[in-house]
Design a protein around this ligand. Structure first.
Ligand code: ACO
Length: 399
């Protein structure tokens, strides 16, 4: 094998690459993307087949451990995750102390960061038992904390997890159940959410995964690394795009300006106006996940009997953009988050929860990459170079 870092040192080569457009920071065997052909595979399996056949936890196992689980491995994994859903009671006080109008992504990243203080027996990245425990704890507790962030934002009491339910159904109950009524999971919502979470599970070296790897390269613990990943995901150019899409669609509806006029403003680059949910660093073709999400959007809204003018606006935007030279020349297509918001809204999630749902979906990918990095003997602390453009040496003025 080639030791690339030694090679770089020997040649004395430094490349300036804003946004790491052409720079690989690592090798990885987890996810394959061919952006020109619109192909995405998890551990070799085409995303279309994964989305059709797998469950969220089965896919998580595949991404983290490299192969599909046997039936007993999967049921053991599922049981272990169910047994770890409870949060330390004091975490309720922690959540209670945060302002009710805090963005749920800020609440989530703070909560995950706090896990390092409560679960000190799973912090050592060099100890396989710690890593295993932190993996299961995160998968079990992140959805519970996400639901707490939601409940807090709407002023409702937190519910305890119901471990008789599947991963997704438990999450739905924690969000939409209340203390006064029996909650019944809607299978349409449950299946659609499972599919959306699967589609978000990994996407190789995106900004949040690279952040998780960079923080992890310092030998920081898994909770600290994932908390940093959640913060990286928050921005509207990354995971925050799903929230930004819905805000954009609602603005178009409320302003009455019409879709074509909005597209003109995007093309004129008016005050940084972008078509949110469009474009991707890697895909220069239709994002294969977006195709699957679009199919779900129609099916879910129909099954739930929801008619949402925002879906019509989204479809009209897509149609106009795909026929327009501005978007064709730049190879801008809908990405995974163009249609997700409309589905999450139909399920009953408030807009500010959308990126939180992305975080739950992406968690297995973050964990898989963090573990892959820790197991790679070539891993070094991440430390990019810079080209210094400041002043030459000068003397401090004597006053
Ligand atoms: N709307 C309008 N124009 C766009 C868009 C867009 N959504 N995306 C890119 N462009 C234009 C740029 O203005 C630029 O035009 P120029 O050549 O005239 O200067 C050209 O296309 C290339 O764009 P870059 O910004 O260089 O592309 P980059 O790869 O750096 O950015 C990104 C990718 C951030 C995703 C971008 O397409 C974008 O901002 N999209 C909207 C936000 C979004 O949907 N993000 C989610 C990404 S997927 C995910 O994280 C799940």
């Amino acid at each position: 094998s080639i030791d690339f870092s030694t090679l770089t040192k020997q040649t004395g080569l430094t490349s300036l690459d804003y946004g790491f457009v052409n720079t690989a920071a690592t090798k990885s065997a987890i996810t394959y993307i061919d952006g020109d052909a619109g192909i995405l595979r998890y551990r070799g399996y085409p995303i279309e087949q994964v989305a059709k056949n797998a469950t969220f936890l089965e896919t998580a196992w595949l991404l983290i451990y490299g192969e599909l689980p046997t039936a007993s491995e999967l049921s053991d994994f599922d049981n272990r995750i169910r047994r770890h859903t409870l949060l330390h009671e004091d975490l309720k006080k922690f959540f209670g102390a945060l302002p009710h109008d805090a963005h749920p992504m800020s609440v989530l990243s703070s909560g995950v960061s706090a896990l390092s203080t409560y679960y000190q027996d799973s912090l050592n990245p060099k100890n396989p038992e710690h890593v295993e425990l932190a993996t299961v704890r995160l998968l079990a507790k992140l959805p519970v904390m996400a639901a707490y962030a939601h409940k807090k934002s709407i002023g409702q009491a937190f519910l305890y997890p119901d471990n008789s339910l599947s991963f997704v159904d438990n999450f739905l109950k924690l969000n939409f159940g209340n203390l006064a009524e029996i909650y019944e999971v809607n299978p349409v919502v449950s299946q659609a959410l499972e599919r959306l979470l699967i589609l978000h599970e990994d996407h190789e070296q995106n900004a949040s995964t690279s952040t998780v790897r960079l923080v992890g390269s310092t030998e920081a613990n898994l909770f600290a690394s994932v908390s940093a990943g959640i913060n990286a995901l928050f921005g509207p150019l990354h995971g925050g795009a799903n929230e930004a899409v819905l805000t954009m669609l609602a603005e178009i509806r409320d302003s009455g300006e019409g879709v074509a006029r909005y597209v003109e403003r995007v093309k004129n680059k008016e005050a940084g106006v972008r078509l949110m949910g469009f474009g991707h660093r890697v895909y220069k073709n239709y994002d294969p996940r977006a195709k699957l999400v679009k199919e779900s959007a129609d099916a879910v809204l129909e099954a739930l009997g929801v008619q949402d003018p925002l879906l019509d606006i989204a479809k009209e935007l897509e149609q106009i953009a795909l026929e327009d030279d501005y978007f064709k020349e730049r190879k801008l297509y809908p990405n995974v988050d163009f249609y997700t918001g409309v589905i999450y809204k139909a399920m009953g999630f408030p807009t500010r929860m959308f990126t939180v749902l992305f975080a739950i979906g992406r968690l297995p990918g973050w964990i898989g990459h963090w573990r892959e990095m820790n197991e790679d003997p070539q891993t070094k602390i991440g430390r990019p170079q810079q080209l210094y453009t400041g002043s030459v040496e000068r003397d401090w003025p004597v006053r």
